[in-house]
Design a protein around this ligand. Structure first.
Ligand SMILES: Cc1ncc(COP(=O)(O)O)c(C=O)c1O
Length: 456
């Protein structure tokens, strides 16, 4: 399938996100499919970056946005409130419950990560403990590309250039069972059990630690690694014991993607702060949310009288209207149940690939799967990074009309190749078959390509 050669740096005025490739120009989307200006169609196997969870061309969300924009498009959230933000807060807090009854809305994931870190610090300062300001996070992990979010993201390659600009925050190894020496099997393993967090808090001094932040299911950075069932129970106990807030970053894995509204739900644990993003506006608007409780907000109300964090577009009326329409549609159409059901079917269909000598692991939950490619299935040795296997696979899949989300660098020495699948919740049985067929074909073609390159 030819890929358009028109949209490529240095042509035109767009500073493209990759400067060495051509961009297909998308002109239309419908359900799981995207259509480009050359007449090619793409099965969106990852909802872009895990965003268009209800598929493309969702008229109901578009209508709600247009209606809101016609009434009024913007008011300043410091001066006014409005129906859209009140309704969205009520909807999202009713869904998440468990005392999480206060919601703050921003645009991107990084925006709410920053808000949550600042809220944690302010909470302790208002409680007379200003020294509690360190944030513990996992390595590998990813929480966003703004400087504070990057400071607590365990992604060496993203951080390297900004050395000197970033804060030095403590980290603990992620519960990445596939690459842990204990392979998730040793009950006392510090990384897999979560007990590494306690050592880090004691090392830093509990009086200096404000919060621990983690993704309930490892996102792109560990290829959808699912922590052991005891992990977050231990984390919750450790945080409570040392008076450290627990921030659950569900920006990627929340909102039904894993077959439950919250990715933490199966662990039976409630965070102090929960973060949502990506699919909250069904891909029609940039919209993210920070949920917390009165217990956390009350000290601010008694003290400074406001969260010391704000942005022009917080609580944006049109974005919030899109969020309300998204959540109402999801509830009415039982989309989360559908994600669970179609997720089971996705993993069934992927199962035969597990025998492939270059597939090390297939993991995930709900309609969220990570496939880890390896040079050797037995030893779990990754491909040499110089082969750029994840990138080759992704471009090959795209050429075959399948969009996946790649990542790399999670294994020893910056090697490691991952491909993630997160199709729209509306995907049909036939589309799932097609997705897995294209994935298998792309794998064979990419292997041939790297072998040819290595031999050349
Ligand atoms: C778990 C997680 N947190 C935060 C972010 C940052 O979100 P954004 O790119 O919208 O700033 C991402 C983005 O991929 C993410 O996956």
């Amino acid at each position: 399938m030819p890929v358009s050669g028109e949209c490529r740096y240095p042509k035109g005025n767009v500073l493209y996100r990759r400067l060495k490739r051509s961009y297909p120009r998308i002109v239309r989307g419908e359900g799981c499919w995207l259509f480009d200006s050359e007449g090619n169609k793409y099965l969106d196997g990852s909802c872009g970056a895990y965003v268009a969870n209800l598929g493309h061309g969702v008229g109901e969300v578009a209508d709600a946005m247009a209606a809101q924009a016609r009434r009024f498009g913007y008011v300043n959230g410091t001066a006014f409130t409005h129906d859209a933000v009140e309704e969205l807060a009520a909807e999202v807090c009713a869904i998440y419950g468990n005392g999480l009854n206060k919601a703050f809305f921003l645009c991107s994931g990084a925006d709410v990560v920053e808000a949550a870190l600042k809220l944690s610090r302010q909470y302790w300062a208002e409680n007379g403990k200003p020294a509690k300001r360190k944030i513990v996070s996992l390595t590998p992990s990813y929480h966003g590309n703004s400087m504070l979010a990057l400071s607590i993201s365990g992604r060496g390659s993203y951080r390297a250039l900004f050395d000197g600009w970033l804060l030095d925050m403590p980290t603990v190894p992620a519960p990445y069972t596939y690459r842990c020496p204990c392979r998730g099997k040793k009950p006392e393993c510090p990384a897999c059990s979560g007990k590494a967090l306690e050592s880090a808090i004691l090392r830093e001094g509990p009086d200096n630690v404000a919060a621990f932040i983690a993704e309930p299911i490892g996102g792109s950075s560990t290829g959808i690694s699912v922590p052991r069932p005891d992990y977050f129970r231990n984390i919750r106990e450790i945080c409570d014991r040392h008076k450290v807030l627990f921030i659950a970053d569900e920006i990627l894995a929340g909102l039904g993607r894993t077959g439950t509204w919250s990715a933490l739900e199966p662990y039976g644990v409630v965070p102090d702060i929960l973060l949502l993003g990506k699919g909250l506006g069904a891909g029609c608007v940039p919209l993210s949310a920070m949920l917390t409780s009165e217990r956390i907000v009350d000290p601010l109300a008694r003290g400074a009288g406001a969260l010391v964090h704000n942005q022009t577009f917080s609580h944006h009326p049109v974005s919030c209207a899109a969020g309300v329409a998204t959540l109402r549609l999801m509830k009415r159409e039982k989309m989360v149940e559908r994600a669970a059901e179609m997720g089971r079917k996705l993993f069934e269909r992927l199962q035969p690939l597990a025998a492939h000598p270059h597939v090390g692991d297939i993991r995930g939950r709900g309609l969220l799967a990570g496939i880890e490619f390896v040079a050797d299935q037995e030893t779990r040795a990754p491909f040499p990074r110089a082969l750029k296997f994840a990138e080759t696979f992704t471009e090959t899949a795209m050429g075959m009309g399948l969009v996946v989300w790649p990542n790399y660098g999670q294994a020893e020495g910056g090697a490691g190749d991952l491909a993630m699948l997160a199709p729209p919740f509306v995907i049909s049985d036939a589309e799932l078959d097609e997705l897995v067929r294209r994935f298998g074909n792309a794998l064979e073609a990419a292997l041939k390509q790297v072998q040819k390159g290595a031999g050349a």
